[in-house]
Design a protein around this ligand. Structure first.
Ligand code: PBG
Length: 333
């Protein structure tokens, strides 16, 4: 055949392929999510094989393992004891609470590790919502924000580097920015869950934290988070959220979940000059783990291909429970 262009020329050898490769993964792209609890034992999480509820002591070992693999950032999520859960989630701004203690300890032992936090009431709420639920069953926006600001300031005081509001209340990024600045934490960044969808992919995470919406008998509780998290049918709305977060002072924008929302990552990449993060969430992790346990897929190849797809879509950073495995696979090749 008389062909001018033969794209296969650049696929012929491994070194040529490497030369023309557009994207790559590095351990420093990853933010490693970790669960902590008050218990004395490290507990496995049913739908997330390889993920655990760590005690603060044992958490330190896992974080240093991640550091040694080249991971430079972790995000902490608390499993709070039921008796500490209230309607207003006030435990979230207890200075001696689980998360502030874990952050302080981590910053003592490994100060260079970047510590990101999650700001939302759901782990602390007896109703299992990210905001305060009114007696009529409405998730209250402005009242919730006051508590989120207190939570953010307590996390910053404990030593957090990046505050991650995941609650999807309107105006929370600006309010948290102001609260942090007022308390002298202008150096603490905000990684906003900008486009967070009302997704079924969070199922295993809610099991890990025992944080799903639940009826307590007293008042109507919305069964899902659709009045604040975004409708999976909407794309343009993510741009509106991104513009608002930027105006309100977010430093990094996040899309969540990741894999079913690669188009949203791409759209935000084109809309904004800020770094973009993708959250490869618990349900995505669970599916890969289940299929590879069955021997139906090649876990290493699937994970690395998936993580690369986030980079190609436009993400700079990836929150992933596969972080340690992926980092060690990357160092093999
Ligand atoms: C809490 C929060 C959730 C996740 C991160 N922060 C769950 C939710 O919104 O219900 C999900 C993470 C995952 O599924 O891996 N606001």
């Amino acid at each position: 055949m008389d062909l001018t262009y033969r794209p296969r020329r650049l696929r012929r050898t491994p070194s040529i392929r490497e030369m023309v490769r557009e994207y790559s993964l590095n351990p420093s792209d990853f933010i490693y999510p970790l669960f902590v609890h008050e218990g004395n034992d490290v507990e496995p999480i049913g739908a997330m094989p390889g993920a655990y509820r760590w005690t603060i002591d044992r958490l330190m070992g896992e974080v240093s393992r991640a550091w040694d693999l080249g991971i430079r950032s972790v995000v902490l999520f608390p499993k709070i004891d039921d008796e500490l859960k209230t309607e207003d989630g006030a435990e979230c701004f207890n200075e001696d609470g689980l998360i502030p203690r874990a952050i302080r300890r981590l910053k003592e032992e490994l100060p260079e590790m970047t510590v990101m936090t999650d700001v939302a009431l759901d782990p602390y709420s007896c109703d299992g919502h990210d905001g305060i639920v009114s007696s009529e069953g409405i998730v209250l926006n402005d009242e919730t924000i006051l508590n989120l600001c207190r939570q953010a300031v307590v996390q910053a005081e404990a030593g957090a580097d990046l505050i991650g509001p995941s609650d999807m209340m309107d105006g929370r990024v600006g309010a948290i920015r102001e609260a942090l600045d007022e308390e002298g934490f202008e150096h603490v960044g905000i990684i906003s869950y900008t486009a967070k969808y009302a997704s079924a992919y969070y199922g295993p995470f809610r099991e890990a934290l025992d944080s799903a919406p639940r009826e307590d008998g007293g008042k109507p509780i919305p069964k899902n988070k659709s009045t604040y998290q975004m409708d999976p049918a909407n794309g343009r709305e993510a741009i509106t959220e991104a513009q608002l977060d930027e105006q309100e002072g977010a430093d990094i924008l996040m899309v969540k979940p990741g894999l079913a929302y690669l188009d949203i990552i791409h759209r935000l990449r084109n809309e904004s000059e800020l770094p973009i993060a993708a959250y490869n969430v618990s349900g995505e992790y669970a599916m890969v783990k289940a299929a590879s346990a069955k021997g139906w897929i090649d876990e290493k190849a699937i994970v690395l291909e998936t993580l690369l797809s986030f980079k190609r879509a436009g993400a700079d950073l990836i929150l992933t429970y596969h972080a340690c495995d992926a980092a060690s696979w990357l160092s093999e090749s």
